[in-house]
Design a protein around this ligand. Structure first.
Ligand code: GAR
Length: 197
């Protein structure tokens, strides 16, 4: 069984959904650990409530990104992690980390990449008055929300939408697509390591 580390920085709803699906037998994997770069966040409470080990590696305690990623790497090695699942993890990983872990780090982003990368994708799509946005799961490379795409789903922006209703539908699409994408990667049908970095 592949051992998964979930990396989180916020509310943790995607991590919670994935762990629940694992526990329900819909995803064959071992949710070994949840790692947060921030103390006191909701995702840590959710992980603990689900019975998953949760730890903080506070990025503020490290001099730079390289030092933080080294601590992260040591933690992943210690817990014998096979697959690293970013779920609202709002830190860019260093080139060294990405190269070492190429093909085994995946991320979800609330937009139809390459449109609207960054930390405010739903609002950016809303402000741009586009007719549709969506969600993307991709392998992580050295950029911000770049890297080979595993799965995407479109979410139309409806005439009666508010930013809040749109956000809800985008998150609902995330809860559908991330389990599907994770199952694809776990099945070996999509091999990140054979893709070009
Ligand atoms: C999700 O919408 C995720 O796609 C987004 O952060 C949210 C985290 O929510 N990630 C990014 O914007 C990455 N650039 P969650 O903590 O409740 O899963």
């Amino acid at each position: 069984m592949k051992r998964i580390a979930f990396l989180v920085s916020g509310s943790g709803t995607n991590m919670e959904n994935l762990v629940k699906q694992i526990k329900a037998g819909k995803i064959q994997a071992d949710p070994a650990i949840v790692i947060s770069n921030k103390p006191g966040i909701k995702a840590l409470e959710k992980a603990t409530a689900l019975g998953v080990k949760a730890i903080v590696i506070d990025h503020k305690a490290y001099a730079d990104r390289v030092a933080f990623d080294k601590a992260l790497e040591e933690c992943l090695e210690f817990h014998k992690i096979d697959l690293i699942v970013l779920a609202g993890f709002m830190r860019v990983l260093t080139e060294g980390f990405v190269k070492k872990n190429w093909g085994r780090v995946i991320n979800i982003h609330p937009a139809l990449l390459p449109a609207f990368p960054g930390a405010h994708a739903i609002k950016d799509a809303w402000d741009a008055k586009v007719q549709e946005t969506g969600v993307t799961v991709h392998f992580v490379d050295c950029g911000v929300d770049t890297g080979p795409i595993i799965l995407q789903r479109k979410v139309p922006i409806l005439s009666g939408d508010t930013l809040q209703t749109l956000e809800t539908r985008v998150h609902d699409a995330e809860y559908e697509i991330y389990p599907e994408a994770l199952n694809l990667v776990l099945s070996g049908k999509i091999k990140g390591s054979s893709l070009k970095l």
